[in-house]
Design a protein around this ligand. Structure first.
Ligand code: BTN
Length: 254
């Protein structure tokens, strides 16, 4: 997608099942490349990675943006990391009395003070000739611990819970602009700039932690290393270095 000054259709709704699903329907129904953002105040069926649900009560920032991609785009997993970086940088720019340091938990979460504050779900629509990525971002803006299942409470946080009170619209605009610039500048995403990879690694939550991942059904433990240019996470194990591209990673120690 080589286009600067992208003009996006913006749709705002109070409630929907999932903004990713709405945007996918819009793309299927469109004959032109679709540049849109759909945002909702609450979702009744918010979806996360690996078929999980994403709790989306009132007062969060839930939106999806579409990215028509060059048909030669290979490095699509990097889009999720780039979206994480765009959202982290936008959150860090919110005016507050204390400095905000967001961490990126490979491959799709943002952590604040050790807890998840944002999740990203990237999905693809179409065939080789018309490939469009739907990048869905969910940010816990207000404190949702009351609505949250007990076992999750100590794992998640919110911007308000960390003393951060954003203008939701400004935050949305800032994330989309940042990600639009990234996709415009990086083209097919195959040669992502070193600077962006460094920024992602500087914020890596897993780096140096002992983690467990699954390789063909086997659970393997190792020490998480760098995130590579192709979006893979390197892990040093007794069996050597692995580069993992998808799947679930759990933190054992850190
Ligand atoms: C995850 O935590 O695994 C990813 C969560 C992604 C949530 C966002 S909210 C906007 C968009 N609509 C959805 O149904 N999911 C994404």
């Amino acid at each position: 997608m080589k286009r600067k000054n992208i003009v996006r259709k913006l749709l705002e709704v109070d409630e929907t099942q999932s903004t990713n699903d709405d945007l996918k329907k819009m793309i299927y129904g469109s004959t032109e490349p679709c540049f849109a953002v759909i945002t909702a105040f609450r979702q009744t069926g918010g979806r996360g990675r690996l078929g999980r649900s994403f709790l989306s009560p009132d007062g969060g920032l839930y939106f999806s943006a579409s990215y028509p991609l060059d048909k030669n785009t290979k490095n699509i997993p990097f889009l999720t990391l780039a979206a994480g970086l765009a959202a982290a940088e936008a959150i860090e720019k919110i005016p507050t009395s204390t400095k905000i340091d967001c961490e990126l938990k490979w491959p799709n979460d943002i952590y604040l003070n050790g807890r998840k504050v944002c999740g990203i779900l990237t999905e693809l629509v179409g065939a080789a000739e018309t490939l469009t990525a739907v990048v869905g971002i969910g940010i816990n803006v207000r404190d949702i611990s009351e609505e949250c299942p007990h076992e999750l409470r100590r794992k998640i946080t919110s911007l308000n819970g960390e003393g951060i009170f954003p203008d939701r619209e400004a935050l949305l605009r800032s994330i989309v602009e940042e990600l639009d610039n990234f996709v415009y500048l990086q083209g097919t995403l195959d040669s992502v700039s070193d600077g962006i990879v460094e920024e992602i690694n500087r914020r890596s939550y897993l780096c140096g932690k002992t983690i467990e991942f699954s390789d063909n059904g086997r659970k393997i433990k190792g020490s998480a290393g760098e995130i590579k240019k192709d979006g893979a996470l390197s892990v040093f194990t007794n069996e050597g270095e692995f580069h993992i591209k998808f799947g679930e990673v759990t933190t054992v120690t850190g």
